[in-house]
Design a binder for this molecule. Structure first.
Ligand SMILES: Cc1cc2nc3c(=O)[nH]c(=O)nc-3n(C[C@H](O)[C@H](O)[C@H](O)COP(=O)(O)O)c2cc1C
Length: 332
């Protein structure tokens, strides 16, 4: 994406924010509510059971965005699909074909190189942001032709990054001046403002949106987010084989000991672990839940509209506080 394109997109948003794509969490209600409230709403296409279902979701999101725009008199923020480009996604090419029919503005690729899907998406007018966790992968994604980058950093919900966000953003800004999105650790509007201050155009909020009434998360999952803080997040490879941030309490509730998990198990709890006394064994993602360090910012379960309004207030307050701090700094 050219700089000028992102610079024209940003003023049309209520906040420089993407409601992050989340497996089994982001559905039509969450995406449409985010867009209606001026935040880019995203979802992984694998949340749809089939490409036909994806077709229906995209039609429904477009219809709701059009209705919201009519009612508000301003365009909704764009929706954004996340394509998991890993070879394990057998439906990748089918989902790509479905997406192309709906003319996406932005597509985010994750878990692999964006190369296989770049050309058709860009020819259809989409801008492709590649989700990357290392400086090397950032360089490679840009060499392949990605328009923007999502920098996955330490403390993110789901399969996390490990680089410090300050260091990662500045390392990438040394060679790339296009669109950069920060993923991980955005717990409120002040953190969002900080992401911009260090050079990002946009940031993801994932965990905060799980705790909204429009997410597909189970009520017990949302409540656990309210009760948890950053210290209750466990970084482990036990469930997915990759470093993933999980809620300790959900591991305990599943009958497992968080301090005694296989170091690198790639265990699918549903298949590989038998838990005495339980007939229905818990499954990762469905019963053992993920969240990022930003869980410290979850105080209640609220509507997307209330979350965006609160984040806007926090963001504005951070801007004010920043300008005071800057002027004090100059005086010294
Ligand atoms: C439950 C859950 C599921 C996720 N699923 C995906 C996914 O399918 N695709 C993806 O690119 N990222 C996924 N992520 C990562 C988020 O898109 C995002 O990077 C992360 O939530 C940012 O950190 P935060 O939760 O602290 O805001 C997931 C995160 C969570 C918490």
């Amino acid at each position: 994406m050219q700089r000028q394109n992102i610079d024209t997109l940003l003023p049309s948003l209520a906040l420089p924010l993407i409601a992050a794509p989340m497996f089994l969490v982001s559905g039509v209600d969450l995406v449409a509510a985010a867009c209606a409230n001026g935040v880019i709403g995203s979802f992984p296409t694998v949340n749809c059971r089939t490409s036909d279902e994806l077709e229906n979701w995209l039609a429904e999101i477009a219809a709701r965005n059009a209705r919201a725009a009519d009612a508000a008199g301003v365009a909704s923020a764009p929706w954004c699909a996340n394509l998991v480009v890993h070879r394990s996604n057998a439906r990748l090419m089918q989902d790509l074909a479905t997406l192309l029919r709906h003319k996406p503005e932005i597509v985010i690729t994750s878990v692999g190189s964006p190369a296989p899907v770049l050309k058709p998406l860009q020819e259809a007018g989409a801008r492709v942001f590649a989700d990357v966790a290392t400086v090397r992968h950032a360089e490679r994604a840009l060499e392949a032709g990605a328009d923007g980058l999502v920098l996955l950093t330490a403390g993110a919900g789901g399969q996390t990054g490990w680089l410090n966000p300050l260091a990662f953003v500045r390392a990438v800004r040394a060679f790339f001046d296009g669109p950069v999105v920060l993923a991980g650790g955005i717990s409120d509007g002040a953190a969002l403002f900080a992401a911009q201050a260090m050079g990002c155009d946009l940031a993801y909020m994932g965990t905060k949106f799980i705790a909204t009434s429009e997410s597909m998360a189970k009520p017990a999952y949302r409540d656990m987010l309210v009760e948890s803080g950053a210290d209750d997040i466990l970084l482990t490879r036990a469930f997915t084989g990759l470093e993933t941030n999980m809620l300790r309490a959900s591991i305990v509730a599943a009958g497992l000991d968080p301090s005694n998990l296989p170091a690198h198990g790639a265990i699918d709890i549903g298949k590989d672990i038998s838990i005495e006394g339980r007939e229905n064994r818990p499954a990762r993602w469905k019963d053992i839940w993920s969240a990022g360090h930003s869980v410290s910012g979850v105080d209640t379960v609220k509507s997307v509209s209330d979350l965006v309004a609160q984040t806007r207030r926090e963001y504005d307050a951070a801007r004010e506080a920043f300008s005071v701090r800057i002027s004090n700094t100059r005086r010294r």
